[in-house]
Write a protein that binds this ligand. Structure first.
Ligand code: ADP
Ligand code: MG
Length: 226
């Protein structure tokens, strides 16, 4: 489903954010990218969304080498990725419903499809009763649930979450983790970056540990692999 093959990213200032990192993620997996601040976690995501290109190595998504995609193909690639950020990034002047619907409008989904799907997504994240609220009327946890519904709106191949619980208290963070696990149980491949070991221990899942740009551990649910 997703392969990083000997990926290195060195920035212009000679900072080596990723050093020869390889891993392989299967469809339907839930994988944590663990590591301290500055380890290279967000760089992995920015390489996936083609905000950055690797210095060397290959990134293969659903049997397609993506790191060499032309600029004109980048928008189409991004539509295949659902992205959740630590700071939610909702549109402040749109309601909960409109935030999710807008993501579908952008890809020219039909009105009928939008009217059918948005309530289902809001039900999944348990926010249907709040559909007419604005982001600033919601708690952080609720805003993140809207962001997750939005990320799932166009049925992405993979959901990538960059420290989605970073700005949340521990109880709310656990609620978000349970939701992401539910989304995964329903078949979505989920890749989540975190520096919070407590979160990772709370939900037993595969864990890839990155330190100073190097993969130092790849631990499956049961034990250590590759
Ligand atoms: N655009 C950039 N230019 C130069 N250095 C960068 C850039 N983006 C990230 N870095 C550096 O790369 C390293 C990894 O960053 P990042 O992937 O954001 O880490 P993490 O998400 O694990 O905290 C850090 O040392 C950071 O300062
Ligand atoms: Mg980061």
């Amino acid at each position: 489903m997703l392969t990083f093959d000997s990926v290195t990213k060195t920035f212009e200032n000679q900072v080596c954010a990723l050093d020869n990192v390889s891993f392989n993620i299967k469809r339907g997996e839930f994988v944590y990218i663990m590591g301290p601040s500055g380890a290279g976690k967000s760089t992995i995501f920015r390489l996936l969304t083609l905000e950055e290109r690797p210095t060397s190595g290959q990134i293969i998504l659903e049997n397609q080498v993506i790191n060499t995609l032309r600029r004109s193909r980048v928008a189409a690639l991004r539509r295949r990725l659902g992205v959740v950020f630590q700071d939610f990034r909702l549109l402040p002047n749109k309601t909960v419903y409109e935030n999710v619907a807008f993501a579908m409008k952008v890809v020219e989904a039909s009105e009928t499809h939008i009217k059918e799907r948005v309530p289902l997504l809001l039900e999944l994240v348990r926010l249907l009763p709040r559909k007419d609220s604005y982001p600033d009327q919601l708690s952080g946890g609720e805003q993140q649930r809207v962001a997750i519904a939005r990320a799932l709106a166009n049925d992405p191949g993979i959901l990538i979450c960059d420290e989605p619980t970073r700005n949340l208290d521990s109880a709310t963070a656990k609620e978000i983790m349970r939701l992401l696990n539910l989304v995964n149980e329903r078949g979505m491949t989920v890749l989540m970056a975190t520096h919070d070991r407590e979160m990772v221990n709370f939900m037993q899942q595969r864990m890839i540990i990155i330190e100073s740009g190097k993969k130092v551990l790849d631990q499956t649910k049961g034990g250590v692999s590759s």
